[in-house]
Design a protein around this ligand. Structure first.
Ligand code: SF4
Length: 68
């Protein structure tokens, strides 16, 4: 799994960083950024929760690049 934040949609609430700080962080610019590496399987539920919790639906999750 990989996660990407849509810069145009993100409003910088920080919900994602609160739900899954291992993957999402708020940058100095005030918007969220996801790690640019495959998501470890143990973090996948938290990433899905973060994506579901994003008020702007700015987090896009793809199932490619599994690391098992
Ligand atoms: S929850 Fe969504 S809108 Fe808020 S900082 Fe994260 S990606 Fe951006």
């Amino acid at each position: 799994m990989r996660a990407v934040v849509d810069d145009d949609a993100c409003a910088g609430h920080g919900v994602c960083a609160a739900v899954c700080p291992s993957v999402f962080a708020i940058t100095d610019g005030g918007y969220a950024e996801a790690v640019d590496t495959p998501i470890p399987p143990e973090l996948e539920p938290a990433v899905r929760e973060a994506a579901d919790s994003c008020p702007e639906h700015a987090i896009h999750v793809t199932e490619e690049n599994h690391v098992n």
